[in-house]
Ligand binder design. Structure first.
Ligand SMILES: Cc1cc2nc3c(=O)[nH]c(=O)nc-3n(C[C@H](O)[C@H](O)[C@H](O)COP(=O)(O)OP(=O)(O)OC[C@H]3O[C@@H](n4cnc5c(N)ncnc54)[C@H](O)[C@@H]3O)c2cc1C
Length: 373
């Protein structure tokens, strides 16, 4: 039986929904709030790894993800002309039956997760946030709409620019820009793109990943000393320029670019709380505690694992403090690994590091992440 009865979850993204699902499954009374009155997500694609698919099984969303996304084992690494360099094994030896890699559109994943959550009947309040909080034996919270509540646990899952982190740990620095802009383009899947495919050794790192039988997305990491803000009208032209040095499937996609292209571009930022994510009755999870750059495609997976491990610890331990202590012991090293290795890969990409060395880092990190959570 869980050592708490009630939990407030601040933020209904991947981390918050995962925690809400996992806590409802062990009988906790969950109240989830999200500041967005429409509870929306960006329309970009997302890459998922074997460990992410494994935690999706824990959340009972794997069958829907398999049906509505795309999965295939392995990563194909090519040079920037599109010639094969290596095949990276991603099979999940630790959990048979789970594919080793995949992709899905974010809004599709969001819909799957909200469906799963709603079936567990949590209380959901949209368009509100926390106005103030006092913590003692319980957390007493006032919301921005003037209502209030009392909870055994508060979960701060409000993303990279977390207001909860600012409230609890005002001394923590803001997220840091890492010198790369991430472009994403949604497109019709090309028949020969049947798994995650990287194009390494060019002026940018580029990848393609199917997200449905008929759709894929391209990501392109543009080195840039400063975060750039461009007008939407300039984006198409700039993306075509960035794709120009590439051959193979990237050249095909470039030829098809027109004004209907679905382009999403944002600066890559990182933040890792290399300290406890706990304060009183509150714990930070997901990007609020560890926002990674996407080189290992593991940010969403780590956010989901946080929710699942939090519920496991609260269910296994007989004492609240011990449960949260155990949670930190299990999560800190694993999330640090993802953030550090992703940053290392980003540095190699920016300095045109050898594709072979990049492949080695990806392989070793994925092998470690395949271990137990
Ligand atoms: C360009 C890019 C590409 C990426 N690609 C991948 C990928 O391919 N694979 C992968 O696994 N990961 C990827 N990631 C990482 C992944 O997107 C994040 O790790 C993941 O979305 C984190 O989820 P979260 O719930 O912690 O935060 P978020 O998704 O940011 O959700 C936070 C939620 O909190 C709400 N909120 C914010 N402030 C408040 C507040 N004050 N009160 C109440 N609610 C609030 C927001 O509305 C939102 O719903 C990528 C990240 C980036 C930037």
């Amino acid at each position: 039986m869980a050592v708490i009865k009630t939990a407030l979850i601040v933020g209904g993204g991947i981390a918050g929904m995962s925690a809400a699902i996992a806590l409802r499954k062990i009988g906790v009374d969950v109240h989830l709030i999200d500041v967005d009155p429409h509870w929306r997500v960006a329309g970009a694609g997302i890459t998922i790894t074997g460990p992410t698919l494994r935690v999706m099984a824990e959340l009972d969303i794997l069958p829907d993800v398999l049906a509505e996304g795309f999965t295939a084992d392995g990563i194909l690494a090519c040079d920037h002309h599109g010639h094969e360099l290596a095949r990276i094994d991603t099979s999940m030896r630790a959990a048979s039956g789970v594919p080793g890699a995949g992709g899905i559109m974010r809004p599709v994943l969001h819909a799957i997760m909200t469906r799963r959550l709603k079936a567990l009947s949590p209380r959901v309040s949209l368009g509100i946030s926390i106005a103030s909080m006092t913590q003692g034996d319980v957390a007493e919270v006032t919301f921005t709409d003037g209502t209030s509540g009392v909870y055994d646990l508060v979960v701060g899952a409000d993303g990279i620019y977390s207001q909860m982190r600012k409230l609890l740990m005002p001394e923590v620095s803001l997220p840091r820009y890492v010198g790369q802009m991430c472009w994403r383009l949604t497109a019709e899947r090309l028949p020969d793109i049947d798994r995650r495919t990287y194009f390494l050794g060019g002026p940018s790192k580029v990848g393609l990943n199917p997200v449905a039988p008929d759709a894929m997305y391209m990501f392109l990491l543009e080195p840039s000393a400063e975060p750039l803000r461009r007008e939407p009208a300039e984006e198409l032209e700039r993306l075509a320029e960035l794709m120009a040095p590439f051959g193979g499937a990237i050249a095909t996609l470039r030829d098809r670019l027109d004004s209907t292209a679905q382009i999403n571009v944002r600066p890559l930022e990182t933040l890792f709380l290399d300290q406890s994510w706990l304060q009183g009755r509150t714990v930070l999870i997901g990007d609020a505690a560890h926002a990674t750059t996407p080189q290992l495609a593991s940010g969403a997976g780590m956010a989901m694992e946080d929710g699942v491990v939090l519920a496991q610890c609260l269910d296994d331990e007989t004492d609240f403090a011990a449960a949260l202590h155990r949670f930190m012991e299990r999560r800190l090293p694993r999330c640090r690994l993802v953030v550090d290795k992703s940053l290392a890969l980003g540095r190699m990409e920016r300095s045109s590091g050898s594709p072979v060395d990049q492949i080695k880092v990806v392989e070793s990190a994925l092998a470690e992440l395949n271990g137990p959570i």
